[in-house]
Design a protein around this ligand. Structure first.
Ligand SMILES: C[S@@+](CC[C@H](N)C(=O)[O-])C[C@H]1O[C@@H](n2cnc3c(N)ncnc32)[C@H](O)[C@@H]1O
Length: 392
């Protein structure tokens, strides 16, 4: 580094600053061709992929205004090039900056300096979601027909045996009263914590449950909001939604409704929710930045997140990260705590608090016996607040 000139130092620091956001890394990774093969236009002269901005927005699930801000930052740092062609703007990687930064790490400018990975980067986000949906359809159907999937119940398996589900949920901190209060079949032992315990739900509030499954946490939340409140469960698996609606009508929960949809594209109005709960779901999303951006959109100012989820305490090895079954089982998709903190801060959340629960490794080891997943992932509570508004 002795011959490192100040001017280079400043420029390189600017490059790393520009890359210090999950959205910008996502964009950069796609333009650099580090992800799945693109549908962009390969320019025959320089072999660089060019993407039209509109395509990038839908492909990466990033709102156009947010995308334009991030593209400007990447462009300012010299990482990408932007070109207007007719009415459209095309962007591409700047090969010389890429090679230059590459040399910093490898002394061999031919070697890509960064191999950015998305979970299972050979799969695209929709493939992952379809796989997760198929798994939870099976879970709901098995539960409906009373088929038992295994000796133990877990985030990925379901037991028709109420005694097993009770055991699992009691381990997560639900009381016998909680379990007795909900319609039969609502608790499928699919959680990894008890988000309601940290949500401080008040009478009359609007609660949103991400990935509501059979509606277990929604029904418990409804007891706290009372008839004047409103509880919305969102789930992308149609069989789960049907099951939850059936449970709601059997339990006469008039203030609870279930909406079919993806948590990355919430079917919920802007600034309409007081508290968002979720139990063991966000780890299943291939686009967590998008999920948290959506939670920020739908929360009222002063609204809060009270989430239980599986997180990674340390980087996952490839044999775990690339295992589709472990992904649907709420293990392989877990993000590092530091990544989640960055995503939440980037979205604008304040009072961010992620509290890993070491003792959860004990039950997580039963989710995939012998695989050693508990060495990497554990359950955590995730809390944050959308700033503004008056809170007592
Ligand atoms: C592990 S289960 C948890 C269910 C429920 N929260 C509970 O504790 O019983 C995960 C649920 O999230 C849903 N899910 C997974 N990914 C989702 C996504 N991207 N959008 C909406 N729902 C999703 C699944 O269909 C499934 O019902």
């Amino acid at each position: 580094m002795s011959n490192y000139r100040t001017i280079e130092l400043d420029r390189h620091a600017g490059i790393f600053k520009a890359l210090s956001s999950p959205h910008r890394l996502q964009i950069f990774s796609l333009l650099a061709g580090c992800c799945e093969s693109g549908t962009g236009t390969r320019c025959s002269t320089d072999e660089v992929m060019k993407y039209c901005v509109g395509d990038l927005s839908s492909r990466l699930n990033i709102a156009a205004s947010t995308l334009s801000h991030h593209l400007k930052e990447l462009h300012r740092a010299g990482l990408i090039e932007m070109q207007r062609q007719g009415k459209q703007i095309f962007c591409s990687i700047n090969p010389s900056t890429l090679a230059e930064v590459s040399a910093l790490f490898t002394n061999a400018s031919q070697t890509p300096f960064i191999t950015l990975r998305t979970p299972m980067d050979h799969k695209n986000a929709d493939d992952i979601r379809q796989n997760v949906r198929a798994s939870y359809s099976q879970v709901a159907e098995a539960s409906n027909s009373g088929d038992c999937c295994g000796e133990t119940s877990s985030c990925c398996g379901v037991s028709s045996d109420d005694a097993i589900n009770t055991l699992v949920s009691t381990r997560l901190g639900y009381s016998a009263d909680d379990l007795a209060a909900v319609p039969n079949g609502a608790d499928m032992g699919l959680g990894c914590g008890n988000p309601r315990a940290i949500a401080s739900i008040k009478a009359g509030e609007t609660v949103l449950d991400l990935g509501s499954g059979g509606g277990f946490d929604c029904f418990l939340a409804a007891a706290e909001t009372g008839e004047q409140g409103h509880v919305i469960g969102v789930d992308m698996t149609p069989v789960m939604i049907s099951k939850a609606r059936d449970n709601a009508s059997r339990g006469l929960y008039h203030q609870v409704e279930f909406r079919l949809g993806e948590i990355e594209n919430l079917p919920v109005a802007d600034a309409s929710v007081d508290v968002i709960i979720s139990n063991c779901v966000i780890n299943l999303s291939p686009n967590k930045a998008r999920v948290f951006a959506e939670t920020f959109r739908v929360l009222k100012t002063g609204g809060r997140l009270a989430i239980s989820d599986v997180v990674a305490g340390t980087e996952l090895p490839d044999e775990i990260r690339d295992d589709l079954q472990l992904y649907s089982g709420c293990m392989a998709g877990a993000s590092l705590i530091s990544e989640l903190e960055t995503i939440l801060a980037d979205c604008g959340f304040s009072e961010i608090k992620i509290s890993p629960q070491d003792e959860s490794r004990e039950f997580i080891k039963d989710w995939a016996p012998g695989r050693g997943v508990e060495d990497y992932v554990l359950s955590a509570s995730i809390e944050a607040v959308k700033p503004g508004g008056c809170r007592p």
